[in-house]
Design a protein around this ligand. Structure first.
Ligand code: NAP
Length: 455
């Protein structure tokens, strides 16, 4: 039996050890999830909502404990860990309050006496999840899936097993029957067997593009549906009429929140030529002023990256982009201290074909790109294999909306950083994945959309 250790990225110290489960145990857990499904699918929305409200109360009661755990395991600054736990409670309550409307039957007028569409659960769903929002990403998938009557087995990222078990525990404490939500502490290579298991009906993965390709391939061979929430290289356009002071504040937060490790973080900053120099000067000043440090300190702006290998990876991307001709105006050096720290870094004059333009920068590194005019800015934004989020900053709201409509991404915001909201669909296009989470659209991903006709 293999044991994995969770390591605090701020100190490089071991936090805890977890034994991987065997293939046999994984099979048994899936069997339990299937048995649970056969009962759970017939429970009423009222019963499910009651349990989700209890779960929300657990997130409130254990906010500090869970937040400290997330911070310890993946380095998120403590304030942001607390917000993450609050958001989990909100999701539980949102679905508890709205499930009746979200899944209401839809009557369709035909020649039948009665014809309508109804939405029924499918079975045991597999969630493969990332470490960057170790509680929220799981909850964002699991709550709607469970509220529709499915059950969930989780394969969480290896470095956040403490969070994975805390979640399993929380569902149990809320009173969910055994098997409604369970954690499979497996390696990624063991996912193939899980997907092939006859009781698994679908897979939702939130993670990187390579993981998406691998899982989609296995699921495709087994004719199992997938939703893929993958990486992004979100472009934000800054037009010449903006308030540069305010825009650079937002840009700084957008790049450094969650220590730079958010799928929808601003990564490519496309700035019109007229304001490029002023924007870059102010952005560099603000990014450079933000305090990096121990994520348990209340006053730091950003902490370490989640793992040393991820820190080394982003450093290589910075080095490559510099060698390709970009200008390094801030950061770019691994600090001499313990922990997976990487400083706020800005690469300027970044162009298509350079690593920082073409690849996802999953850390506190900004690529600043000069655009000749608005048309060029849109072309640059769309010149990407990714399509998760984008945004445009301008005082001209009509123009902003027109541009937002031309940007190739699942989410385009005007004068605001992209956020996920349970009322609105969330997801990407191109290599950022397919399918949607949240809202009316997300809840229909893992249901049988069933036609009923009565003659
Ligand atoms: P990751 O390395 O792809 O891991 C995600 C999950 O997939 C983990 O549970 C991981 O397990 C597993 N995994 C990795 N490679 C796999 C493979 N070949 N086959 C099966 N499973 C595999 O991603 P991450 O580093 O945790 O998260 C960062 C990525 O997620 C970024 O690209 C980010 O943009 C993306 N993300 C997207 C969204 C969105 O909503 N679109 C949200 C958050 C994050 P192990 O840990 O055991 O390897």
């Amino acid at each position: 039996m293999k044991t994995i250790h969770s390591i605090n990225p701020a100190t490089e110290e071991k936090i805890d050890s977890y034994d991987r489960i065997s293939e046999e145990i994984a099979k048994e857990k899936i069997e339990v999830a299937q048995k649970a499904y056969l009962k759970w699918k017939s429970t009423s929305f009222e019963v499910r909502s009651k349990l989700m409200r209890k779960l929300a109360d657990i997130f409130d009661d254990k906010k500090e404990e869970y937040a400290q755990l997330a911070t310890k395991e993946m380095g998120k600054i403590i304030k942001q860990s607390r917000s993450e736990i609050e958001k989990c409670g909100k999701i539980c309550r949102y679905y508890a309050d709205n499930i009746q409307d979200l899944l209401a039957d839809e009557t369709i007028q035909t020649e039948a006496k009665k014809s309508y569409v109804t939405f029924q659960p499918l079975g045991v769903t597999l969630a493969v999840m990332p470490w960057n929002f170790p509680f929220y990403q799981v909850i964002r998938f699991a709550i709607p899936a469970i509220m529709t009557g499915n059950t969930v087995v989780l394969k969480h990222a290896s470095n956040v097993q403490g969070c994975a078990f805390a979640l399993e525990n929380a569902f149990e404490k809320a009173g969910c029957p055994k098997g409604v939500f369970s954690n499979l502490n497996l390696e990624s290579k063991d996912i193939k067997n899980v997907i092939e298991n006859k009781n698994i009906i679908a897979v939702s993965l939130t993670g990187s593009e390579p993981a998406g390709r691998s899982i989609a391939k296995i699921a495709g061979e087994n004719l199992k549906k997938t939703v893929l929430e993958l990486g992004g290289s979100d472009a934000y356009l800054f037009l010449e009429d903006i308030d540069i002071e305010n825009a650079t504040d937002i840009a700084t937060f957008g790049r450094l929140q969650n220590n730079g490790q958010t799928c929808i973080a601003a990564k490519r900053f496309i700035v019109l030529a007229e304001i490029y120099d002023d924007f870059l000067t102010l952005f560099t000043k603000k990014m450079g002023e933000k305090k990096m440090g121990d994520p348990t300190n209340e006053d730091v702006f950003y902490g370490p990256m989640a793992r040393l290998d991820l820190r080394d990876e982003i450093h290589q991307q910075v080095k490559k982009t510099f060698e390709q001709g970009a200008k390094l105006v801030l950061g770019g050096k691994i600090p001499e201290r313990k922990g997976a720290y990487y400083p706020a870094t800005i690469l300027a004059n970044v162009k298509p074909g350079m690593t920082a333009f073409d690849e996802e920068l999953f850390g506190p590194v900004a690529a600043v790109i000069k655009a000749k005019d608005e048309k060029h800015a849109i072309e640059l934004a769309n010149n990407s294999n990714f399509g998760l989020g984008t945004g445009v900053f301008t005082k001209d709201l009509k123009k902003g909306e027109k541009i937002a409509l031309q940007l190739e991404a699942g989410n385009s915001f005007v004068n605001k950083l992209v956020v996920s909201d349970p009322r609105l669909p969330f997801g990407g296009i191109k290599n950022s994945g397919y399918g949607r989470e949240l809202s009316y659209y997300g809840i229909r991903e893992f249901v049988n959309t069933k036609t009923i006709w009565i003659e």
